[in-house]
Design a protein around this ligand. Structure first.
Ligand code: MRU
Length: 352
């Protein structure tokens, strides 16, 4: 997608260097961070310099490739296995991280020599990267059909191009509708504690010149009740076989409110986010992040970007990063293969 008129992806690889839009600096500064080793790339996933299911998937694939390219004939199997294990420890919930790291591992293991492994792994990493670009475009195409002219859409967190390399998952239908002249309006949940909605989605929409407003996380019910929201579209981090969906904390309550108010609730995701080995949401591991993310906020001060405390030091906080939306609250999944119902059979049919 374009930033100040120039085309960017959220992460990409040139030579042995992974380049990524530094999402910790947005919206105050747009800068590209470079990583020259798999350890630095893994750290960027862990500290959320890169974030969002698809973007961490692509970055993980590139990180495994970096580990391989830094190896030699003797140690490449041991090195890449170690890197895959460590990369998989960076964040536990998003399926794409595991899908990408395991796909890379398979390519390396099935190769008969170091040279062959490098060739196969490079091909695989770029296939994974390209598949996110394609998925975003196709999700946009299918999801656009759900948006009428002047549609008022609520979205949560950032499932935009920053989260899926390009186009995005939840935002792709909005971008497609806007480029087709439908003039959508977007309600952006601010998404505490890290504010991915306010800081990232709102910034993306402004770059695309799409009308939007940021709302406090607890305001969505009010706007739904007043009939000001036509449709909710979110992304996903992991979708179980029965359609239960892990997504950013707060998604569950939006889905319940949508059902109560008769508003369709769609989840947009590439196929790599579906985890057919996980039977229901009960089995999904929810990442617990540091309480400092709740106790402190990062913002633009008079002179610089700074982090400030917003609670008394005497209070503690809890910080689950995701919650599970049961499939009964989901109207459908917008996938690159079309829109499906949240049932086992329809999810299985995606992989036939
Ligand atoms: O913790 P994050 O910011 O990496 O969480 C990911 C998300 O932004 C969402 O949950 C998103 O809706 C799905 S990612 C396409």
């Amino acid at each position: 997608m374009k930033v100040n008129g120039k085309n960017y992806q959220a992460a990409w690889m040139q030579e042995n260097t992974v380049k990524m839009v530094d999402q910790l600096a947005l919206p105050f500064r747009f800068r590209i961070k470079k990583s020259d080793s798999w350890q630095e790339s893994a750290a960027a996933i862990r500290d959320m310099t890169v974030r969002g299911a698809g973007t961490i998937g692509a970055t993980a694939a590139f990180a495994v490739l970096q580990a391989l390219l830094a190896s030699n004939q003797k140690n490449y199997l041991k090195n890449s296995r170690h890197a895959v294990q460590e990369i998989k420890k960076t964040r536990p919930t998003a399926n794409d991280l595991f899908y990408a790291a395991d796909s890379m591992s398979m390519e390396i293991n099935k190769s008969n020599s170091f040279e062959e492994a490098k060739k196969n792994a490079k091909k695989k990493a770029f296939e994974i990267f390209e598949s996110y670009l394609e998925s975003g475009k196709k999700i946009g195409l299918h999801g656009n059909a759900l948006l009428k002219k002047n549609a008022r859409v609520l979205t949560h967190c950032n499932a935009g191009w920053l989260a899926l390399v390009d186009w995005g998952s939840a935002t792709a239908p909005i971008y497609a509708a806007s480029r087709g002249g439908k003039k959508p309006f977007v309600f952006v949940d601010e998404t505490r504690p890290r504010l991915q909605g306010a800081k990232l989605t709102a910034w993306e929409l402004a770059q695309e010149k799409i009308a939007h407003c940021v709302i406090a996380d607890n305001a969505a019910g009010h706007f739904m009740q007043k009939g000001e929201i036509d449709i909710v579209i979110t992304g996903a981090d992991r979708i179980a076989l029965n359609g239960d969906t892990a997504n950013k904390i707060g998604t569950y309550e939006k889905s319940v409110l949508a059902k109560e108010n008769g508003i369709p609730f769609y989840v947009a995701a590439p196929l790599s986010t579906f985890d057919t080995h996980t039977l229901s949401g009960k089995e999904i591991i929810i990442e617990e992040r540091s309480q400092s993310e709740v106790l402190r906020v990062l913002g633009q001060g008079k002179k610089r970007v700074e982090e400030v405390e917003i609670y008394s030091k005497k209070s503690t906080a809890k910080n689950p990063a995701f919650d599970i939306t049961p499939s009964k609250y989901i109207t459908g999944f917008i996938t690159p293969k079309g829109i499906i119902k949240p049932t086992k059979n329809e999810i299985r049919s995606l992989f036939k």
